[in-house]
Design a protein around this ligand. Structure first.
Ligand code: NAP
Ligand code: HSE
Length: 428
């Protein structure tokens, strides 16, 4: 096979320019590995006059992503603009309709429109590849669709938003409050243009929905992901969790059982000495559990020019080699519509509250938990100089319904100030 593979790249920001650089730097290596040249026919971005630090003069320039996606000299449309609607969706649909394969790093687009796009691709005999969309440079989609394809996957979990992991670990190591570290992350350019995508868990929720679809053979169901961000995590929680031998992570967990498909992206406590507990800074980690493999742990850079472009290139090279895998690992029309699990598996929980320091207050707390059927595993009252005592409870396993009942009961005691903070402790 000596015909070149011709690319049209829409989006010349962090990821797009990273891809252009690899193609320019490694032209000979890419050809040696795939048996054919990988070339760029045309590129597209909003501002043609911007200096992007790399020469683009060899490539045709398009102002309209749809025009780029449908050019006769483009075999693969590489979508690196972002956004779940607008030009990314229009150009991807146009590319598929015109018979092009698609490579994208866009988790929002696929988490929301992935099923329809996958069906469109298959009807046209095309592929959509999106390794870069989940956990940046970590080849997690390849692992699930290829290396681990012989397993029944039992659980997928991980830390998939580097910005949140940076904020949480920096809060712990520097002893700084959330607002200060959030500002630092902003100054360092870590946050998405809309920071809620990061700290609200939405970006990581998109990624989890994509992994769940592949792992469990289900249609991507982002609306069913239980989402909670890290905004309400206080430095006290970080300290108390550490004191109890845990770390707080924005943790995604997906598992399928008789209760349905459970998908959660929420702050959780994990053992400090576990691989997830030891994950520092902006790094990502995905843990895959399967009936034959037991557990595989993948760790690496989840974002940035080089790592994300590396993942995009992996997809492009597969297409150059003739490797064609269905978008979510099996034909889109065979994906299940799994019911969403209404309740999670029972788990131990961390509950922090501010308790009025007066006779009988602790007894009321114990009674409220007991009335909800929640049993106390560990309890600590911390030193304090005011009339309010910080109290921490680690429960035995209970359901989220029992916990909600207990939290209502705590608020009704009249001795707990404000709303208690409750976090799930994930078993690893
Ligand atoms: P970015 O730096 O903001 O770049 C976006 C590019 O898209 C820019 O070149 C922009 O043009 C172009 N663009 C936007 N709207 C356009 C339109 N209507 N027509 C033509 N071009 C348009 O974004 P990025 O960080 O590279 O991210 C790209 C994608 O990769 C997103 O889906 C993102 O979620 C995903 N991703 C990024 C990372 C990462 O580390 N950055 C990691 C994983 C996944 P101008 O330059 O002219 O403004
Ligand atoms: N904003 C994401 C993160 C990078 O912080 O991990 C893009 O996926």
């Amino acid at each position: 096979m000596t015909e070149p593979l011709r690319l049209g790249i829409a989006g010349l920001g962090t990821v797009g320019i990273g891809v252009v650089k690899i193609i320019r730097r490694h032209a000979a290596l890419l050809e040696a590995r795939t048996g054919r040249p990988v070339v760029i026919s045309a590129v597209c971005a909003r501002d043609a006059s911007k200096d992007r630090g790399v020469s683009l003069k060899d490539y045709a320039w398009e102002t309209d992503p749809v025009a780029l996606a449908t050019r006769d000299d483009v075999d693969v449309f590489v979508e690196l603009m972002g956004g779940h609607d607008g030009p990314a969706k229009a150009a991807t649909e146009a590319a598929l309709a015109a018979g092009k394969d698609v490579v994208t790093a866009n988790k929002a687009l696929l988490a929301i429109h992935g099923q329809a796009l996958a069906e469109q691709a298959e009807a046209k005999g095309r592929v959509i590849r999106f390794e870069a969309a989940v956990a940046g440079g970590i080849p997690v989609i390849k692992s699930l669709t290829e290396g681990l394809a012989g397993n029944e996957i039992t659980r997928v979990m991980g830390v998939m938003n580097g910005t949140c992991n940076y904020i949480l670990t920096r809060m712990e190591t520097a002893g700084l409050p959330y607002a200060t570290v959030f500002k630092e992350a902003d100054d360092l350019g870590y946050l998405e243009a809309d920071p809620t995508l990061d700290v609200g868990g939405i970006d990581a929720g998109h990624k989890l929905a994509l992994l769940a679809a592949i792992a469990f053979g289900t249609k991507p169901a982002f609306d069913d992901v239980k989402l909670e961000g890290i905004q309400r995590i206080a430095i006290e929680d970080i300290r108390h969790a550490a004191d109890m031998g845990y770390r707080i992570k924005l943790l995604g967990v997906a598992q399928r059982s008789a209760r349905g498909l459970e998908q959660r992206m929420t702050p959780c406590l994990v053992p400090a000495n576990s691989p997830l507990g030891q994950l520092e800074g902006g790094t990502n980690m995905v843990v895959i559990e399967g009936d034959a493999i037991e557990q595989v742990v993948l760790r690496g850079p989840g974002a940035g020019e080089g790592p994300t472009a590396s993942a995009v290139m992996g997809d492009i090279l597969d297409i150059a080699r003739g490797i064609r895998i269905a978008t979510f690992g099996q034909p889109a029309t065979t994906l299940d519509e799994a019911p969403s699990a209404q309740t999670g598996l029972p788990a131990a929980h961390y509950v922090r509250m501010s308790l009025q320091d007066k006779p009988g207050a602790m007894a009321k707390v114990a009674a409220a938990l007991g009335d909800a059927g929640v049993s106390i595993h560990r309890m600590r009252q911390y030193d304090h100089s005011t009339t309010i005592a910080p109290v921490l409870v680690v429960t035995h396993k209970c359901t989220s319904a029992m916990l909600d009942h207990a939290l209502d009961g705590l608020e009704a005691t009249g001795v707990v100030e404000g709303a208690p903070v409750a976090l799930r402790i994930e078993e690893l």
